[in-house]
Design a protein around this ligand. Structure first.
Ligand code: B12
Length: 305
């Protein structure tokens, strides 16, 4: 079963998808070794779910046995909110009006539907963030961008302010996307700017030190005194903010779903210090922050006071 590459590009435009690439499915053996080392060195912190489905994570055929090709989409979420640091507590740009998981899943669902309209025997599996699959590794293979030193996929069109999503399909294409050249040569700004030195020499992240992990994923009652959150209470944008490609190439997102939520950004320490459980529940609704319990937001706020 074959599908035309140019048809996919037409569908990309029709569905207003910012970046798309297609690549042959294969077992990512090299990545498997790198991933294994990351686990062995405890860089996954307490994200024990990263150890589950080890074989599936690097081999899409084990995740969806009829996979022939991997389609990767990238959606630009950049919005130009300037977060002043001194008196504010900070929420990452990735917390937008609509939870990106929902938005990207919808796009991939529509893409699959359009493909099925052309060939009804097409079957697909949608993966956004939570499926055991290496989204950045596939995004790089599918030519969306290159691997930055901060481990994120950087595109020459939008920088790294993009979310990734994957559609595994049971079709081959008449042509595949080409991989991009890595343009992070001598620049080390992301590595040098990380307040907690969480970026390792080999472009990997030691999650134990990463402010994003500490504020979003870590569920300890208290955080160690020597770990500064640098005013962040949910996520962290430092290694992206300093990236020259993110300054040069960033474009305001055209997706209204990715506009910022006023009640979450540019808010003072005082605002957060006095926030009630009810108000927090209201402002996190529908956003990527919705799963984060009040208890941990309070912990993060207090750690910054
Ligand atoms: C676990 C996770 C985290 C963890 C760990 C981060 C990490 N870098 O691993 C924490 C909680 C810290 C985190 C933070 C963030 N995350 Co996160 N996260 C993930 C998740 C679920 C898995 C990532 C993973 O597999 N890590 C394991 C490590 C070992 O993988 P890796 O660094 O990619 O390296 C692999 C390959 O790239 C390759 N590789 C690495 N180096 C080399 C070198 C060579 C030569 C070769 C061949 C291969 C190779 O091998 C490795 C193993 O397979 C993905 C979604 C997904 N399912 O993929 C989102 C994802 C990576 N996160 C995302 C985002 C947006 C973020 C944040 C920016 C959010 C924020 N603002 O706070 C931060 C960024 C922090 C940072 N600099 O990484 C986006 C990134 C989009 C992009 N442009 O790249 C993703 C893809 C989610 C999405 N669907 O959009 N995240």
């Amino acid at each position: 079963m074959n599908f035309s590459y140019s048809k996919i590009i037409q569908l990309q435009k029709k569905l207003n998808v910012d970046l798309i690439g297609v690549v042959k499915s294969e077992h990512l053996k090299k990545d498997e070794n790198i991933f294994n080392d990351w686990l062995k060195n405890n860089h996954y912190a307490n994200m024990n779910w990263m150890k589950n489905n080890f074989e599936k994570r690097t081999n899409p055929q084990l995740l969806f046995p009829i996979t022939k090709s991997v389609i990767v989409i990238g959606m630009n979420y950049f919005n130009d909110i300037q977060q002043s640091r001194s008196d504010n507590l900070l929420v990452s740009k990735y917390v937008t009006k609509v939870d990106y998981h929902k938005f990207l899943k919808q796009k991939l669902y529509l893409l699959l539907k359009e493909m099925k309209n052309i060939d009804s025997s097409i079957k697909g599996k949608i993966c956004v963030d939570t499926s055991p699959i290496l989204e950045k590794a596939w995004g790089i293979k599918a030519g969306l961008g290159w691997r930055g030193k901060n481990s994120l996929l950087i595109s020459s069109e939008y920088g790294s302010w993009i979310f990734l999503g994957i559609l595994l399909v049971n079709v081959k294409f008449n042509k595949y996307s080409k991989q991009k050249k890595n343009l992070c040569v001598d620049c080390n700004l992301c590595v040098e700017s990380c307040p907690t030195k969480a970026i390792l020499e080999d472009n990997k992240i030691d999650a134990k030190k990463c402010i994003s992990y500490l504020t979003v994923e870590n569920n300890d009652e208290e955080l160690s005194e020597d770990l500064s959150l640098n005013n962040w209470i949910y996520g962290c944008d430092v290694c992206q903010g300093v990236c020259p490609y993110n300054q040069k190439n960033a474009k305001e997102s055209t997706h209204l779903e990715f506009s910022s939520k006023d009640e979450l950004h540019n808010k003072s320490k005082k605002y957060w210090e006095n926030i009630s459980k009810l108000k927090y529940r209201k402002i996190k609704k529908n956003t990527a922050m919705k799963r984060r319990k009040f208890l941990f937001i309070l912990r993060n706020i207090n750690h910054n006071l």
